[in-house]
Design a binder for this molecule. Structure first.
Ligand SMILES: Cc1cc2nc3c(=O)[nH]c(=O)nc-3n(C[C@H](O)[C@H](O)[C@H](O)COP(=O)(O)OP(=O)(O)OC[C@H]3O[C@@H](n4cnc5c(N)ncnc54)[C@H](O)[C@@H]3O)c2cc1C
Length: 401
């Protein structure tokens, strides 16, 4: 991949920068800088998609035929870099990186026509219904069933850790449609309208004190059979395709870059033993190391997004990115707390969540949300597949162990 900026790329950067300057609302940038991805909430996440849609830029990685902008790898990189520099919100991962690619790759023409346009226009939010109380790492053992009854599947079971289901419109679910065959071969991929009777949610408050997770109960939920993607039994392979994208997206490069800048700013402003924290040799060594690791990971992600050929299995490569990216998210969050010192004890309230323009009482604005972000970052090494499981994937698929 050639990373030298051509005059055209430079002109493109100026175009992106100008668009963001003229169209990204200040309050959206402020709240994105302060709140974590899920805490940012449906309306704020989708607001940026809607704005980008007016320019045809709302699905940067999608092929042109499905509404993507048809950018080169370098243009995508420039776009993302300009977005994070301007504190633009992280775009909706479940829509753009997870269900969208499954639908445009494996869906029927009717499914593409129905489901892709609202994703592009930022009018829908999708939740992921894969994990179950006894089927997380061992996803193939999932027990939620979907039994065909006339023109409908009747779905029964329970999913857990369904992020954002309470503010989502639709969910993509892995369900068991055949009990007679090998576990993986009996799984199908079903799109479910979350307002369907029989579907209920139990809120789960996470360690950051916020509500972004749910247990989802499906009790005789009737789903039109045309909402099945592909053939019955193909769900496992679609799930693997999707998880590969999720693990690459979970590297969260741009978010980590933004947060690292914030750690640096905090360390310049906060004092320790009479001098700015940034001047502490131990702290600045840690900061430099994280910055180097982040830059190395960024190039690895770009090589994957550019479909550069690797000698290793692509699923194993996605697992490597997932491991490194999630650990870096945690290291960056730790740096912020280290720089904040005793102010980490400040934890934002519901009021500040609703009004992200409110500064914490008597403290700098950057204090708000840091402790909550540190706490929820602990989950980065669990969701999308835990570290231990990723290491097993790598050892098997990359090294044949
Ligand atoms: C914040 C958050 C958001 C999430 N969002 C979603 C979502 O939107 N949709 C969704 O479907 N799921 C979601 N998940 C679920 C996530 O994918 C699972 O938590 C994850 O796959 C782990 O499964 P589990 O929780 O059942 O843990 P378990 O599988 O029970 O694992 C427990 C521990 O045992 C280890 N372990 C398990 N099996 C092995 C093995 N074979 N070898 C070595 N170690 C092993 C694990 O590494 C882990 O440390 C979310 C999770 C979190 C924390």
């Amino acid at each position: 991949m050639d990373l030298t900026l051509s005059p055209d790329d430079e002109a493109f950067r100026q175009e992106v920068r100008a668009f963001i300057r003229d169209n990204l609302p200040r309050e959206l940038a402020r709240s994105a800088a302060r709140l974590g991805y899920l805490a940012h909430g449906r309306e704020r996440i989708l607001a940026w998609t809607k704005i980008l849609h007016t320019k045809g830029w709302s699905a940067p990685h999608w092929p042109k035929e499905y509404g993507g902008p048809g950018w080169t790898d370098m243009q995508r990189h420039i776009f993302e870099e300009e977005c994070w520099k301007a504190d633009a919100p992280v775009m909706c991962i479940s829509n753009l990186s997870l269900v969208g690619p499954v639908i445009y790759t494996y869906g029927t023409p009717e499914q593409k026509a129905k489901f892709l346009p609202p994703i592009l226009s930022g009018d829908v939010y999708w939740a992921q219904g894969f994990s179950e109380p006894n089927a997380g790492s061992d996803l193939a053992s999932l027990k939620t069933t979907a039994v065909l009854d006339g023109d409908h599947y009747v779905v029964n079971g329970s999913k857990i850790w369904t992020s954002g289901a309470h503010f989502s419109d639709w969910g993509f679910f892995l369900v068991r449609t055949n009990m007679e065959v090998k576990a993986q071969a009996g799984i199908s991929f079903l799109l479910i309208d979350l307002k369907t009777p029989g579907l209920t949610l139990r809120p789960i408050v996470s360690i950051d004190g916020l509500y972004h997770l749910n247990q989802t109960f499906l009790d005789n939920v009737r789903v039109p059979k045309e909402n099945l993607v592909g053939e019955p039994g193909q769900g496992w392979s679609f799930g693997k395709f999707l998880l590969e994208n999720e693990r690459t997206a979970s590297a969260f490069i741009n978010q980590s870059k933004r947060e690292l800048e914030k750690a640096r700013d905090i360390a310049k402003a906060e004092m320790k033993n009479g001098r700015p924290v940034i001047e502490d040799p131990e702290f600045s060594r840690k900061l430099a190391r994280v910055q180097i690791e982040l830059q190395a990971l960024e190039f690895s992600v770009m090589r994957v997004l550019a479909n550069e050929k690797s000698q290793y299995n692509s699923i194993a490569v996605a697992s490597v990115l997932k491991i490194c990216g999630s650990e870096l998210q945690q290291k960056v969050a730790e740096l912020q707390l280290e720089a904040l010192g005793p102010k980490t004890l400040y934890h934002f309230t519901e009021h500040e969540l609703e009004n992200p323009d409110t500064d914490p009482p008597g403290m700098a604005a950057y204090v708000a949300g840091r402790t909550a972000e540190y706490m929820i970052a602990r989950a980065a090494t669990i969701y999308g597949g835990s570290q231990q499981v990723q290491k097993t994937v790598i050892s098997k698929l990359a090294f044949g162990l």
